[in-house]
Design a protein around this ligand. Sequence first.
Ligand code: ATP
Ligand code: MG
Length: 401
Amino acid sequence: LPAAFVDAQQVLQVIEQHGYEAYFVGGSVRDTLLHLPIHDVDLATSAYPAEVKQLFARTIDTGIEHGTVTVRYHRHSFEITTFRTESGYQDYRRPDRVTFVRSLQADLMRRDFTVNALAMRENGEVIDLFHGLFDLQAHIIRAVGDPDHRFQEDALRMMRSVRFGSQLDFTIEPVTLAAIQTNRALLAKIAIERIHVEFVKMLLGRAPLRGLQQMLTTHLLDYLPVLNQSVKQLTEVVNRPLAQRLANETQVWSWLAVNLGWEAPQIQSTLHAWKSSKQLTGAVTNVTAAIHALLEQHVTNWQLYQTGATSLTDAAQVVVALGHPDQTAALQQRYQELPIHSKHDLAINGKQLIQAGIKPGPALGNLLNSLEHQVVAGTIANETTQLLAAAKQQSEANKAW
Ligand code: ATP
Ligand code: MG
């Protein structure tokens, strides 16, 4: 068992020793039973938040109004959430009220899918009230209760169905899948940031093309900004094999950009519509340009230099995913062999040029850029005296013009 899990067991023991119930819940139970690595350990208890806080020396009121207290125990933090029921859901997303309850069953009933509605005691005993173990073994994503009702309560669950289907490589049970189609228009009520997270997790999963296919056949895809204008192209995309899993979000969007023929302005407007960071948008623009160069089998040293090591790896990996031979090692080799990797590596700077008698100003900046180009291209050595000589010569030549 991972160290965090052992500490969590002790936390559960402490709560139980004081007469309350306490369980592992959610993804950590599911992933443990599937022998998958677990990221965060969610705990649920019959103790009310104030009661939890009395049991531990160090606690943080993370989301106390929703019943969540963070407990620091040894060197780990655990979120402990009081059993609760939810009601309202006026906005198709967040419940209007949460009510703390003492019943585990009520807490498990509000959860989205049977495989996410398992609880596990500290001693490993599994509580399975909705046949989650059966679905886990049969590899099925099935809504807890009536899927229509559950998607009307929270429309994000439709995205979550497809996401877990891809992540776990599980099939969506037919009634649940049909309810996605029926309720798809409710996705319009959900904030793009929430949709974004699920969509990217889906494409990073084990069965991304099936996930995309399900989004197309249920027409959930019609409610995804920008992508809903490329239904025809996406239909072709799902029929082309993905030779390798995508490894990060930059790769996800770059893969889409290449498949859908997006140029830099479309990448920028799409990622803006999806409320992405400037950093991600920049990386995707950069990686997509590099992918095009790689597919045309013509990458100059200047392109290598400008792309940088991280983006080069992403580009090379997407090229593999698209079904082409792996060029990662050769590209990294070429990149390592570049004479410089940033302007800072240049054996000359603006100050030295000024000392050598070149006037400050925009022309000096251009001169430095030109030297940078020449060094990267290998037409001049990265050596101070040679660069100084070239700088003087080139600035004289410019004056003569
Ligand atoms: P991940 O590995 O992505 O963290 P997870 O199952 O832990 O998977 P979370 O989004 O972290 O997913 O949620 C934790 C648990 O809370 C879920 O397993 C599920 O029981 C419940 N849950 C989360 N979101 C919803 C929702 N929208 N509707 C109902 N239950 C939910
Ligand atoms: Mg989780």
